[in-house]
Design a protein around this ligand. Sequence first.
Ligand code: NAG
Ligand code: NAG
Ligand code: NAG
Ligand code: NAG
Ligand code: NAG
Length: 603
Amino acid sequence: MLLQRTFWVVLVFITGLAAANVHPVESRPHRILLDTDVDTDDFFALLYMLKLNRSEFELEAITINANAWTDAGHAVNQIYDILYMMGRDDIAVGVGGEGGILEDGTMLPNVGGYLPLIEQGNSTAGGCRYRQAIPVGLGGKLDIDSNYGLRKGFLPQGSRKYSPLRQPTTQQVLIDKISAGPIAVIIIGAHTNFAIFLMNNPHLKKNIKHIYIMGGGVRSRNPTGCCTQNSGSSCQPRQCGDHGNLFTDYTSNPYAEFNIFGDPFAAYQVIHSGIPVTLVPLDATNTIPINEDFFKTFENSQHTYEAQYCFQSLKMARDTWFDDQFYTSYFMWDSFTSGVAVSSLRNLHNQNEENEFAEMEYMNITVVTSNEPYGIYDSSNPFFDGRRVPKFNLKKGGVHSGHVQTGLRDPFCIVQNGKGRCQDGFTKEVTGAEGVRVLVATRAKPNPDTSSELDRAYFKSFLDVLNHPQQTGRFNFTTQFPNYKEVYYKPDFGSKKQGKPVVFDMDMSAGDFVALFYLLKLPVEVINLKAIIVSPTGWANAATIDLVYDLLHMMGRDDIPVGLGDVFAVNQSDPIFSAVGDCRMCMLLEDTLAAAIWTREMC
Ligand SMILES: *[C@@H]1O[C@H](CO)[C@@H](O)[C@H](O)[C@H]1NC(C)=O
Ligand SMILES: *[C@@H]1O[C@H](CO)[C@@H](O)[C@H](O)[C@H]1NC(C)=O
Ligand SMILES: *[C@@H]1O[C@H](CO)[C@@H](O)[C@H](O)[C@H]1NC(C)=O
Ligand SMILES: *[C@@H]1O[C@H](CO)[C@@H](O)[C@H](O)[C@H]1NC(C)=O
Ligand SMILES: *[C@@H]1O[C@H](CO)[C@@H](O)[C@H](O)[C@H]1NC(C)=O
C-alpha cells in the first residue's frame, strides 16, 4: 500500500515535470508602457496592443509626448476616450508637469516634456527650434489634435478627462509603473519624457527589460519625392533618396526623421542608456506603405468600432493628403512598430531573434545631436554657450558641442544648390566606442500567403487583430447616446430691430469665453453678433475652435459663422513651405492648463 502511494506520488511528480517542459511555466504577461505623441498612426498602434490577449501582453500605462504632433490637452482627452471605449479605464495616463531644469542642470520633479531638453529651462515657456518642422494647421496639429474632426462624433465619453492639479504627470506615471517591476517600453514619439526619466532615476533602469523605438533612418533611402520617367523634365526631385523624412525641412536636414528630430539629445540619452534597444527606423517603415490593396481590404473589414475608428481616420488622412501620392508616401510607422515589438517580446522567452513581421539586423549606431566641427561656440548651443561648465557636465569639444540646428532655415545648414548639411537627429551608423549595438528592423516581411491581396505579413495581423471580437470597443458615440441628435439652432428674432453689428476676434482663453457669453446675452437690439474669428496664435491652438462651436450650440446660436484665423503671426510663416513657421509668440502652455492658471489668477 505504502509502495503504491509512493509510486503515484512519483508518477504525479514526473508528469508534472513533463507538463512543465511541454508548456513552459505559466508565465505572467509582459508589462508594457507606451510613450506616444498621439498622431493618427499612434492610436492604430495603441488599439492593436489593447486587442492582444491580456494573459500575454498587459499595457499598463500611456505617457504623452507633448512637444510634437499634438498638444497635451487634446492628446490626453483622446487617449482617455479611446481607453473608455475599450473598457480600459484602469490604464494609467500621464501628461505634462510643471517642473523645469535649473541653470546648473538640476532637474526638478515633473518636467513636463513640452520642450526638447536643449530648450528646457525652469518653466514650460520656450522656443521651437525642432517643432518648427511640424505643420500647425491642415495636415498638422489642427488635424491631429481633433483627429480630423472625427473624435468628437465617434468616441464615447467616460468619466476620465484632464483636470488641473489632479492629472498624474508623465514622470509620476513612469516612476510608478517602472518601479513596480520588469517592464518593456515602446516609444513612438520624441524621446523627451523617457530621457528625463532616465536622467532622474538611474536606479530604476534595471527594471526596463527592453526599449522599442519607432524613429530615425539608418541606411534608409526615402522613396518619396522622386522623379519618374513620365514626370517630365521639369521635375525636381525632393526628398528622393534622403535618409530622413522631414518633408518640410529637407533643404537643411535630409538626415533626420521626425520622432528623433523632436529631441535629438533626448534620443541620444535613451539609445545610449545601456538598456537593450530595438529600433524600427524608416529603413523598415519605408517598405510598408499603405497601398491601395491594403486600403481596399481594410475598407471591407471593419467589424469592430476600433477598426471603424482607424479606417475612418485613415480615409480622412488620404482624402486630405496634400498631393496624389498618398498610397506611396503614407507608411505604417508606429502601428508596424507595435507589431515588431509584440513579436519580439513573444520570442524573448525562447532566445529567438527571429521576428514575425520584420527582417532584423544588428548595427552600431549613435544619434547626432550637434554638427561638426565640435567645440565652436557660435551661440547655437545652450548646453555650452556662455558657460564655464557645460550643462549636465557634457564634455568640452565632445559630440554634443558643435553647432545645433536653430530652425528650419538655419543658414549653417543650407548648402547652395545642394542637400542641406545638418544632421541633427540622424541615427547614424558608426564604428568604435561611439556606437551602441542596436537591433534594427530593416524591412517588412512579405505575407507568407502569396495568394492574399495583402503583401505584408503585418497587414494581415493588423486587420485580424483589430477585427477580432474579443476585447472590443463597447460603444461609439451614437451607441452611448442613442437619443443624441444633430440639431442646427437658429434664433428667431422676429421683427426685433437689430442693434450694432459686431465681429468678435477671440483667442479662446477663459476671459474670452466670459466676454463671448456676455455678447450673446445682450439684447439683439443692442449688439448683433455677426461673426466670430478665432485666433490660434495666442493662448490656444487651432483645434480649440471646437469649444467655440460647442459654446454657440449651447447658446442656440449655430447661425453665427466662425472663422479660423491664420495659424502664424505676421511674417512668422515659412517663405518656402507656408504650413510651417517660427513661433516667436510661442504657445507656451496647453489650452486647458493655461485656462486653469488664468482662472486661478483672475479669481
Ligand atoms: C489567452 O491566452 C491564454 C493563455 O495562453 C489562453 O488560455 C486564452 O484562451 C487566450 N484567450 C483568448 C481569447 O484567446
Ligand atoms: C529661471 O530662469 C531665468 C533665466 O533663464 C532666471 O532669470 C530666473 O531667475 C529663473 N527662475 C528661477 C525660479 O530659478
Ligand atoms: C559594435 O559595438 C560592439 C559593442 O557595443 C562592439 O563590440 C563591436 O566591435 C562594434 N562593432 C563595430 C563594427 O564597431
Ligand atoms: C456607431 O454604432 C452604430 C450602431 O452600431 C452604427 O450604426 C454607426 O455606424 C456607428 N457610428 C460610426 C460613426 O461608425
Ligand atoms: C513682413 O515681411 C515683409 C517682407 O520681408 C516686409 O516688407 C514687411 O514689412 C514685414 N511686415 C512686418 C509687420 O514685419
